[in-house]
Design a protein around this ligand. Structure first.
Ligand SMILES: [Zn+2]
Length: 142
């Protein structure tokens, strides 16, 4: 039997889930996928400047796992910056500490309040609660 991966806690609210170099049409771009747990690890260690042990505790993972997540995230971000690729943030084995919504119109996933009515990217009003692998409904905000 395969041991299920532990869910990684994500507290951060992220300003955007898609980044692209200016002046290049999306269809000509290669895209790097960054997961929410990778972005959270970067937020905690690079932005909040926590020690890896503290960041690991916040994300409910071991220190070694945290180190691997950070390393993977840095490599992807570096590749995107240097090669001029787009970055899409999506998925991951995570437990969100906030509500996350999904917009079928532009396929973006974004954190939002429960009363959010439209997509911040394309203004579509057909958004729905995101159901990603590992997410669970009704988890309390912290
Ligand atoms: Zn949208």
């Amino acid at each position: 039997m395969v041991r299920p991966r532990l869910r990684r806690r994500v507290h951060g609210e992220f300003g955007a889930t898609y980044f692209k170099p200016a002046g290049i049409p999306v269809r000509e771009l290669e895209t790097v996928s960054l997961t929410f747990d990778e972005l959270e690890a970067v937020r905690l260690t690079d932005l909040e400047q926590l020690y890896q042990a503290d960041a690991a505790a916040q994300m409910n993972v071991s220190r070694q796992t945290l180190g691997n997540i950070v390393k993977s995230a840095h490599k992807k971000i570096a590749e995107a910056l240097i090669k001029g690729m787009a970055i899409k943030i999506e998925g991951g084995t995570v437990e969100y500490m906030q509500n996350l919504y999904y917009c079928p119109a532009c396929e973006s996933t974004f954190p939002a309040e429960a009363n959010e009515e439209s997509c911040p990217d394309c203004k579509s009003d057909k958004i729905e609660p995101a159901e990603l692998p590992g997410s669970k409904k009704g988890c309390p905000r912290r």
